[in-house]
Design a protein around this ligand. Structure first.
Ligand SMILES: NC(=O)c1ccc[n+]([C@@H]2O[C@H](COP(=O)([O-])OP(=O)(O)OC[C@H]3O[C@@H](n4cnc5c(N)ncnc54)[C@H](OP(=O)(O)O)[C@@H]3O)[C@@H](O)[C@H]2O)c1
Length: 171
């Protein structure tokens, strides 16, 4: 599985990815790559990629506080394409949110577990790859898959992205 990671730093930049994705598609035809994905891409770039070769996943910056890809996730789910949020825990600036802390305390979980469980509940095509250098965090993150978030708490968490979309909630 190989992702084509497009350009742009904080946000994906528009522009054709045709030449680059065609190159990966040719390697796939040669049997050198099994599956193809695209990363850090705009909706238009996803639409372009699927005309060239099957896309199994899209990997973009997304988490409970950064919600720019809400519509894209739903569109991908309808097509059976996985969405892999990168920086699911905030990456270099880990998620900090009073709401996250309160919900976590109520559910007897950690804030990061709630952030991961929220992503898993967000859509059925979400696939998680949280990064960690700690075995303790790895165990904690795996356990998040079992955490059920009730409807009321889902509503509260929804507010994190609504208040400061794209910048994180640092209340
Ligand atoms: N396609 C792209 O452009 C792109 C860009 C960025 C990242 N990615 C990929 O996305 C994946 C995730 O990215 P990431 O690892 O940078 O970001 P992340 O998963 O959002 O955050 C990782 C950070 O969260 C901390 N953390 C993990 N579990 C925790 C826990 N249970 N409690 C508290 N802190 C916790 C880690 O610290 P500890 O080590 O102390 O646990 C680390 O500092 C990686 O596979 C990465 O390669 C892709």
């Amino acid at each position: 599985m190989v992702n084509l990671r497009a350009w742009g730093f904080e946000r994906p930049q528009e522009g054709s990815i045709g030449v680059q994705f065609e190159t990966l598609a040719e390697l796939q035809r040669q049997g050198l790559i099994r599956h193809l994905g695209v990363s850090h891409v705009t909706v238009a770039q996803v639409e372009e990629a699927v005309t060239i070769a099957p896309v199994v996943c899209v990997q973009n910056f997304y988490n409970v506080a950064v919600r720019g890809d809400d519509e894209l996730i739903d569109a991908l789910a309808a097509k059976g394409i996985a969405f892999v949020p990168y920086f699911p825990l905030g990456g270099f600036t880990p998620l900090q949110s009073g709401t996250l802390n309160e919900v976590a305390a109520r559910l007897g979980a950690t804030p990061m577990q709630v952030a991961l469980a929220w992503l898993l509940r967000r859509a059925e095509n979400v696939l998680l790859i949280p990064g960690t250098s700690s075995v303790g965090h790895l165990r904690e993150n795996l356990a998040a898959a079992e955490l059920e978030i009730p409807e009321e708490e889902m509503g509260e968490l929804e507010g994190i992205g609504a208040v400061k979309q794209g910048a994180g909630d640092r209340a």
